[in-house]
Every structure is written in C-alpha cells, then in structure tokens.
Design a protein around this ligand. Structure first.
Ligand SMILES: [Zn+2]
Length: 329
C-alpha cells in the first residue's frame, strides 16, 4: 500500500512476516534527479516484493536512488543491502558502520549474557535465529555506506533534512529533521502504539540515559508530523514523548519494587517484570523475547546504578541490590 504523505514523499508499508511489529514504514522521496528511500525492511523475499511493487507503482528507477538507514536493525537495513545498486549511496551513521566493520557480534555477547543469568543452553538456539544471523550478512553492504554525522544536511527534492544523532534504541540511531516543514523522520526513536526496546549488552554504555536525553532533544523541536519506522504516523509528538518517558519511569519503578524482595541477577529481574505480551508466563516466552526482556532489564538497571541500586560480582554472576540508604526509606 502506497500513501502520499506530503508532496513527493510517500510511504510504502513493507510487511515483516512472522514479526510482532507487523510492518516497516519505508519512506520514499521522489525527485527528477535522485530519489531517496528511508529504511527498507528485512532481506527477505516478501519485503523485496512489496518494495519492488511499490517502487514500480511510483515510477521510481532504483538506479537513480539513494538510501538513508536510520539504524542498524535488520528490519530497517537488511533489504537496502540487497537491492541497492553499486552506484547508490547508503547514508548511514559512523558508530554503527564501525560496529558492523569490526564484526562485534554474538560471541562477545555470550559471556555478558551468562554473567547476567541468561541460561547458556538457550543462547545457542537464540543465536541461530534468523534475526541474529542477518547481522553477519550486513557486512556485504559496507562498501556503499556514505557516512553522515550529526548536523549534516541531505537535500533532496524540496526537502532539506538535517541528520540528528539520537542514540538510545541503538548506539548510532539517526533521525531526519526538516525544520521548514516541521517534519521528523523518526526511525525507531519515537513510535506510536508500541515502544522501541532499549537494551544493553555490555558494561560500557547507558542507553536509557541516552534515550531519555534524546527524547528531550526532540521535544524541544518544532514538529507537526512525525514519521516513525513502524505503525501509525504521529501528529502529537510532544504528547507521545511524555508517554514514552512515563513508560520508562514505570519500568524503573517496577525494577525497584522487585529488588525490595531480594537481590537478583538481571535475568531473574526480567522474569518478574511486567511485560505487555500475550504469553501467560515467563517460561512460555520464546528465546528472542527473553533476550529482549533481559536486555531491557539490564539497560534500566544500568540507569538506576547511577543512583538507587548497586551491582556486585558474586562468583561469575552480576547481582543487583538496592543501595542500603534507599532501603531504609
Ligand atoms: Zn530498531
């Protein structure tokens, strides 16, 4: 399905089979010289076919088309690496281009996941999941990456997009802001109906702090229309940002109340948190859902470590507890 959202700016909904997200919003900007496609879908036949049909209907010549990818997740980037001709630029952020180049992937996660209580036997099945495997294949597109930095301008058709680095959902996530048109292309930074996952799988980052800071950064902008990477278009950006902040605040409170009942590792905490899901119990969560939930728990725990909780090593495990002074209150 194709919609014209603004002059020369179209949305093609790319189906994401067997994925709870349902579809990816691919935005197409049509221009007589070069077109641009923003986010693309998985490197899968169903996505490829939906894109092909949509582009054909719009009369877009892929040979005259560049790409902008908001972040490295395979539902945004995967298909671009398959369909982009060698002559196309793929605008992409430096942080994630470097991550893909260095091949950071799964082996490095294993130790960290085990320290946080993720069952080792579930990890191997998980890493064979297509969603994880697709990262390996991302390296194929590296040659075409055209690195953009925060503040860079991409001009196309009647649009002058400013690249805005908005890490949180991923380390290098970028939005595009068109100030004259009060338009934000938001990737997964701001979504309607659902919330983007904020996960952490290392000791070094604090993605939730980054995410909340970057929600504030967007809050200060003059925006009438927000075009997210999934689900419906957002016309009340400020209101939605406040809801997202509230969502994470509730999750932080949820963790604190769980820790009041005793010290735990991140996997145990995740198993007791409130999740918006149809599964009746934690044991019924599929592996990828447990992975996301545990990563979310770790991101929120890291944020709380600045103030309310502490992490200590007991043998090989990382155990979280409330800081003593707070426990009295
Ligand atoms: Zn994403």
């Amino acid at each position: 399905m194709i919609e014209e959202i603004l002059p020369n700016l179209f949305r093609i909904k790319i189906p994401l089979p067997k994925n709870p997200l349902g579809a990816l919003n691919s935005y197409i900007i049509k221009d007589s010289r070069r077109n641009m496609i923003i986010d693309t879908g998985f490197a899968q036949d169903e996505c490829k076919e939906a894109m092909r049909t949509g582009l054909e209907e719009l009369g877009i010549d892929i040979q005259k088309t560049d790409f902008f990818i908001t972040h490295m997740h395979p539902d945004h980037m995967g298909l671009a690496l398959v369909i982009a001709p060698d002559t196309s630029k793929i605008y992409f952020n430096r942080i994630e281009a470097d991550m893909l180049r260095s091949g950071f992937f799964l082996d490095e996660y294993t130790d960290f996941a085990c320290q946080n209580g993720f069952p080792e036997k579930e990890l191997q099945t998980l890493f064979n999941h297509p969603g994880f495997r697709s990262y390996k294949f991302a390296a194929k597109g590296l040659a075409n990456f055209h690195i953009v930095n925060d503040g860079d301008i991409i001009s196309i058709s009647d649009y002058n997009f400013k690249c805005m680095q908005t890490p949180g959902h991923t380390r290098g996530h970028m939005c595009l802001y068109e100030a004259d048109k009060k338009l934000l292309i938001a990737g997964d930074h701001i979504l309607n109906d659902i919330t983007a996952t904020i996960q952490l799988w290392s000791d070094e980052q604090n993605p939730l702090r980054d995410y909340l800071t970057n929600l504030d950064k967007v809050y200060d902008l003059d925006i009438e229309l927000t075009l997210p990477g999934h689900r419906s278009i957002i016309t009340n950006c400020k209101e939605r940002i406040l809801e997202l902040k509230d969502h994470h605040q509730k999750r932080l409170e949820n963790i604190i109340s769980i820790l009041r009942n005793g010290d735990k590792n991140a996997f145990q905490i995740a198993s007791q948190m409130s999740w918006d899901t149809n599964y009746e119990s934690w044991d019924l969560f599929p592996g990828p859902q447990k992975w996301i939930a545990t990563g979310e728990a770790i991101a929120h725990l890291k944020y709380l470590e600045e103030d309310k909780i502490q992490k200590e090593r007991r043998e090989k495990e990382a155990i979280y507890s409330l800081k003593k002074s707070k426990r009295i209150l």
